[in-house]
Design a protein around this ligand. Structure first.
Ligand SMILES: [Zn+2]
Length: 219
């Protein structure tokens, strides 16, 4: 079952298209919104609404941006702290060459994990991640159908796992961030994919909570 598609039925403009979709016609809009109310508040629930049913969001888009900034810069700070700790270890390694070598090696690792300095690009990155979640690329293998047909046999599409959508590529992301492809790959791919993965995880948790809440209804 696709909870997003169920939620999308709650959008006024989709109401007349809902007949027979999703294979669970017995669910009423009241069932669906009651299940959404069981999803714990937070990033996942807000993203679920943002993607599928904007009217169901509890937070304003400004509050959602603040949640995302909190996640992004919280991670930035952890990486910066790790670098400072590694620098202190180098400075206090003493005479032992083994300890010095290990401390320098750890510092190199922390530096490699460090993201670019805080600046305007992070806001653009955050908004682009949300845009990608709301508007993923149509799967090129199944053209968005979620299944492929070979010799009259219908199979779930393996590339998109039946969702009909796949992640956007680095070219699209670099263009949205207003930079060249190599700069994106060298500096911004890691924070971008980190935030996208974090949001995807939160979305999956919210989705699971909603499936659980719908359980007795769809069983
Ligand atoms: Zn596909």
């Amino acid at each position: 079952m696709h909870t997003g598609k169920l939620m999308a039925r709650l959008n006024a403009k989709n109401v007349r298209f809902d007949a027979g979709s999703g294979g669970t016609p017995e669910l009423t809009p009241a069932d669906i919104s009651a299940a959404l109310a069981m999803v714990p508040p937070g990033l996942g629930r807000e993203l679920l609404c943002r993607v599928w049913w904007p009217d169901g969001a509890a937070l304003t888009s400004h509050e959602l941006r603040m949640l995302l900034d909190g996640a992004l810069f919280g991670e930035w700070r952890e990486r910066a702290d790790a670098m400072v700790i590694a620098q202190i270890r180098v400075a206090t390694a003493g005479e032992s060459t083994t300890r010095q070598r290990m401390a320098r090696h750890a510092l190199d690792g922390a530096k490699a994990r460090m993201w670019p300095s805080i600046g305007e690009t992070y806001a653009r990155l955050r908004d682009t991640v949300v845009e990608e979640l709301c508007d993923p690329r149509l799967c090129p293998d199944c053209k968005g159908h979620g299944h492929t047909t070979t010799r009259d046999i219908e199979r779930a599409c393996t590339r998109c796992e039946g969702s009909g959508h796949v992640a956007r590529g680095p070219t699209w992301r670099a263009e949205r961030l207003g930079m060249k492809h190599p700069s994106y790959l060298a500096l911004w791919d890691e924070p971008y994919r980190w935030l996208l993965a974090r949001c995807t995880d939160e979305l999956q948790d919210a989705d699971r909570a909603m499936v659980k809440a719908l359980g007795p209804v769809v069983a």
